[in-house]
Design a protein around this ligand. Sequence first.
Ligand SMILES: NC(=O)c1ccc[n+]([C@@H]2O[C@H](COP(=O)([O-])OP(=O)(O)OC[C@H]3O[C@@H](n4cnc5c(N)ncnc54)[C@H](OP(=O)(O)O)[C@@H]3O)[C@@H](O)[C@H]2O)c1
Length: 262
Amino acid sequence: MTYQDKVILITGASSGIGKELALLLAAEKARIILSARNEAHLLEVQAQCLSLTPHCHVLPMDITDERQVQEGAASAIAIYGRIDVLINNAGVTQRSKLIDTSPAAIRKLMEVNFFGPMMLTTALLPQFKAQQQGQIVVISSMAGLFGYPWRSGYNAAKHALQGYFETLQTEQPIPGLSTTIICPGRIHTDITYSAITGDGSAYGAMDPGQAHGIPVDVCARKIVKAMRNKKKLVLIARMEKVLLWMKRYFPPLFYFIARKGN
Ligand SMILES: NC(=O)c1ccc[n+]([C@@H]2O[C@H](COP(=O)([O-])OP(=O)(O)OC[C@H]3O[C@@H](n4cnc5c(N)ncnc54)[C@H](OP(=O)(O)O)[C@@H]3O)[C@@H](O)[C@H]2O)c1
């Protein structure tokens, strides 16, 4: 099965994993709708996609603004008359200790990483219902499966995302709708530049751990493979998988090792 002619809305498509997914799916001649806040970056990605597929639109939208999400969902449907795949990928990480992190910063992390994808999904479910088919892909994180230092609000938001979309998988309100949850570990993207710190400001640097993460093209290829196979949950990680195993089967070692992380 290929994604040729499938209408695919990708959030967070202006950089990193979202951009890489757009290019891979454009190479399959999908009809891509690229969304994020930065229109100039979206237009650059669009130009690259249009060298691979004749169909690619940009849809600037702040995923934390309910009105923009409502209007964005309607505009996305209007472009091709349907949505076959929604990829909830937009997200922002965190670099600050819990004790130093303000409630406002935690709220910001919840808005982008949980309320945004939840609102967009809610806005598009009636369309999936009318079509009686579709696919939702959620880029969660290994941080959705265990708590890790310096990411209290990010962990909380990704755990919420995990719970929300697992519920969608268990309720299955639309028989032809599949939901795939992806949990990446560290992937080499620019994500730490925009990471939120304790007072809500941006971290503004590449984390050394991030720089040694899984290459973004490798991650994107695994995501597309998981989408194609309609997997429920896929972990794309290295050491984080070992940590998850420890948390389940040898919790003292998990806490000992995780405490040293950053
Ligand atoms: N990189 C990793 O190690 C890693 C690991 C696990 C999970 N993930 C998840 O993977 C996803 C993509 O991350 P990435 O690594 O590709 O990071 P990235 O390069 O920083 O991309 C994040 C994307 O989200 C968009 N975005 C941020 N805030 C937004 C908002 N309010 N409204 C709409 N779009 C917004 C950004 O675009 P604009 O700034 O233009 O809006 C950007 O396109 C995220 O959900 C992240 O949590 C990443």
